[in-house]
Design a protein around this ligand. Structure first.
Ligand code: PBG
Length: 332
């Protein structure tokens, strides 16, 4: 037996462990690196004054009123993060989502405030009406169904309100067919040809949006989102969604969620040359936070491993609630 074991031949070229021996060597041959510039930090903005309200299901995340944003924005900039993604909450919900496109709504106000204190920070806005409709769907409901074509003008008006306030990119997330074309035409027609579109192209109907819906108060009051968001088993269809959004004028395309869809990110990377964003969504954040709070895993290592995997799969940009922490860890 011992004789058999000693006879095993490890050829000199078999020794891949050589390059793993020290941290210096490992750093030298590391294939994927995260940087603060890769990250987009989501922020929730609510109506009212003087609130920085913790979101219970997303430890470390808050809903801010516009007058309380400054310190958060200054910290984001100080940490080297280059972009934020804004989500608005409604004061008054109605069936037509009127507040979503008010020029003086919370999101336009937040954009103006951010541009006043940090003009170089890229401001991206979510364009979807689920937080503004009383039924909580991402579109206008007619006869009990989410009406695709009736929703497009509302999304376009919302994008215009954000562009007028100074948004750099608008990010349609309603999963209505033709939303990118409608918004592109509206922007161009109103003198906003410089405002880009980051399209939530392959957005799946996912259980991992749970905490977000609490944060944004945007859960549907009836039914679910499966008639417009994608069916999780479908990867080829995700490529068709991305292809259509590119044809309609998307500047950046997105896969969402990230972790359960790394294969989709990889396939999109191989097929398309547009920048690809991946959304490390609320549920992916909260499950790591919960396990870390219980002492079940090392949060920093788990987060770095997850975000590195998303980048390794092919994402250029990662939207993540961990952005500030990661930027801090990267500085050491
Ligand atoms: C709006 C929207 C959602 C998310 C981003 N934009 C919720 C949803 O589609 O239900 C989810 C983000 C997250 O979970 O972090 N439609």
């Amino acid at each position: 037996m011992a004789e058999v074991l000693t006879r095993t031949v490890v050829e000199p070229t078999d020794r891949l462990r050589r390059l793993r021996r020290t941290e210096g060597l490992r750093a030298l041959v590391r294939e994927t690196r995260l940087a603060p510039e890769d990250l987009i930090y989501p922020l929730f903005v609510r109506p009212g004054q003087n609130f920085q309200e913790p979101i219970p299901s997303m430890p470390g995340q808050f809903r801010f009123t516009v007058d309380r944003l400054d310190a958060e924005i200054e910290e984001v900039v100080r940490l080297g993060i280059r972009a934020v993604l804004l989500f608005g909450l409604a004061a008054r919900k109605d069936p037509e989502a009127r507040e979503a496109y008010e020029e003086a709504g919370v999101v336009p106000q937040a954009i103006r405030r951010i541009k006043a204190i940090a003009p170089e920070l890229v401001v991206i806005t979510d364009v979807c009406v689920c937080a503004y409709t009383d039924h909580g769907h991402c579109g206008i409901v007619r006869d009990g169904e989410v009406d695709n074509d009736a929703t497009l003008p509302v999304l376009s008006r919302m994008a215009l309100a954000h562009a007028a306030a100074g948004a750099d990119l608008v990010a349609p997330s309603a999963m209505m067919d033709g939303q990118v074309r409608a918004i592109r035409e509206a922007l161009d027609g109103a003198g906003f040809s410089h405002v880009g579109i980051m399209a939530y192209s392959a957005k799946f109907a996912s259980a991992f949006y749970g905490p977000f819906r609490e944060a944004a108060d945007s859960a549907p009051r009836f039914g679910d989102r499966r008639s417009y968001q994608m069916d999780p088993p479908n990867a080829r269809e995700a490529l068709r969604e991305i292809e259509r959004d590119i044809a309609q004028g998307a500047d950046i395309v997105m896969v969402k969620p990230a972790l359960a869809y790394l294969d989709v990110i990889r396939r999109a990377r191989e097929r398309f040359d547009h920048p690809i964003a991946a959304y490390n969504v609320s549920g992916e954040y909260s499950m790591v936070k919960a396990a870390a709070q219980l002492g079940w895993l090392d949060e920093a290592r788990a987060v770095m491993e997850i975000l590195t995997a998303i980048k390794r799969a092919g994402a250029d940009l990662i939207i993540t609630y961990f952005a500030k922490e990661v930027a801090r860890w990267l500085r050491g």
